[in-house]
Design a protein around this ligand. Structure first.
Ligand code: NAP
Ligand code: FE
Length: 363
């Protein structure tokens, strides 16, 4: 079954095209952002002009941090309720957009913080408009939000059809202000999603054309976007790839590749995409026997060998300079094994394999 209830606008100036759909969402929006990117990208200024023209009021919540916490979701939800908002607009990378998706479910279903991870309690939502400023997560078209439980030092996602944004506005110009490192890490996150669309036991050949093309776009354009940040053609290619990755994982979910990275982020602060990147090669070796036919077809499409792909990954010089403690490995293996994504692996992954993967990351 394939389901995507999101209206997707993708163009330079996509916001203008989407704006006619905003008045139907309500009279006042909660605008959810981080502290810097909504302004730096130019998206917030464009949006405020549109809201003004459409006579839609707004209240700003600009406190979403990287890897948003449950507390942040509750704070935003409180502001939404205090100001009697009708819908939510999120501008930013995956962090503000995921926080907004969770806020929508909290306010619509009167959830407490403890109930956020209980999709069975979600009966409805309030509309979310997503305006990405990174090309990575694809969250603008997925039914997931990834949050951090700060008290438990645990990062985990939830999924619900009610978490799909109502409208997603993709304008590659909003990604030009990304730094070199954010461009690299988010591009690798998108690559990870595309590969996981092949690894997952929910994989479906329907998505292979966009998965293969998305991977080709990243290999062709990622370095150019890093070295020439204002190359709009490269930025557009990466935004397409990120969208394709989102469309793929919306239907296949992510896998061990993501589960193994979450503790690296929650404990060692490794940026999300980098956490995926440093395990990408070992993960492909692990999955290769199970999906050999699919990966061979991918490499034929790319006109690359697997080793040439690894050489390209190596040339990105991703290194999180980790020294993982025995205690970390001991404590986090059960968390990885019990994570939602583990059900999507095409074969059983043992605690010993996860242990070896973590140990291989030590420098
Ligand atoms: P992010 O955490 O939203 O942002 C990373 C950093 O980049 C922040 O400092 C942010 O600034 C900055 N930034 C973002 N856009 C920028 C721009 N255009 N110009 C300048 N700076 C910019 O990064 P992300 O990689 O997009 O999102 C990662 C989160 O999404 C993780 O929590 C991850 O687990 C989650 N994720 C979700 C899904 C899903 O389907 N729901 C899939 C994959 C990953 P500000 O703080 O000012 O915004
Ligand atoms: Fe991701």
């Amino acid at each position: 079954m394939h389901y995507l209830p999101t209206r997707i606008f993708f163009a330079d100036g996509a916001l203008q095209a989407a704006s006619v759909y905003l008045p139907a969402l309500g009279k006042r929006a909660l605008l959810v952002t981080g502290q810097h990117s909504a302004l730096a990208s130019g998206a917030q200024a464009d949006l405020l002009m549109v809201l003004n023209t459409m006579q839609i009021g707004y209240v700003l919540y600009n406190q979403v941090e990287e890897n948003p916490t449950l507390e942040t979701v509750m704070s935003g939800a409180k502001i939404y309720q205090e100001n009697a908002c009708d819908f939510i607009i999120a501008i930013g990378g995956g962090s503000p957009i995921d926080a907004a998706k969770a806020m929508s479910l909290v306010v619509a279903n009167h959830l407490s913080q403890e109930q956020i991870y209980q999709p069975a309690l979600y009966k409805t939502n309030v509309p979310v408009v997503a305006i990405p400023t990174t090309s990575g997560t694809g969250t603008e078209v997925t039914p997931y939000a990834v949050l951090t439980d700060a008290a438990q030092h645990k990062k985990a996602g939830f999924g619900s059809e009610l978490a799909y944004p109502a409208i997603s506005i993709l304008d590659p110009r909003y990604t030009i202000s990304m730094s070199e490192s954010v461009t690299l890490h988010t591009g690798i996150d998108a690559l990870s999603h595309l590969l996981e669309g092949i690894y997952s036991n929910k994989r479906n050949a329907l998505f292979y054309p966009i998965i293969f093309e998305g991977i080709r776009l990243i290999i062709t354009h990622l370095k150019q976007a890093i070295s020439h940040p204002d190359d709009l053609a490269a930025r557009t290619a990466l935004m397409h790839a990120s969208l394709y990755g989102g469309l793929a994982i919306a239907h296949t979910s992510t896998t061990l590749q993501h589960s193994i990275g979450y503790p690296l982020t929650s404990i060692y602060g490794v940026p999300h995409g980098l956490a995926n990147g440093i395990v990408m090669q070992s993960m492909m070796e692990l999955y290769y026997p199970a999906v050999k036919q699919e990966l061979d077809a991918l490499f034929a499409f790319l006109e690359l060998t697997k080793n040439e792909f690894y050489a390209w990954l190596d040339s990105l010089q991703m290194d999180a300079r980790l020294s993982l403690s025995e205690e970390f490995i001991f404590c986090k293996i059960p968390e990885v094994i019990s994570s939602r994504n583990m059900a999507n692996n095409p074969f059983e992954v043992s605690a010993q394999q996860i242990r070896e993967l973590y140990k291989s990351l030590n420098r």
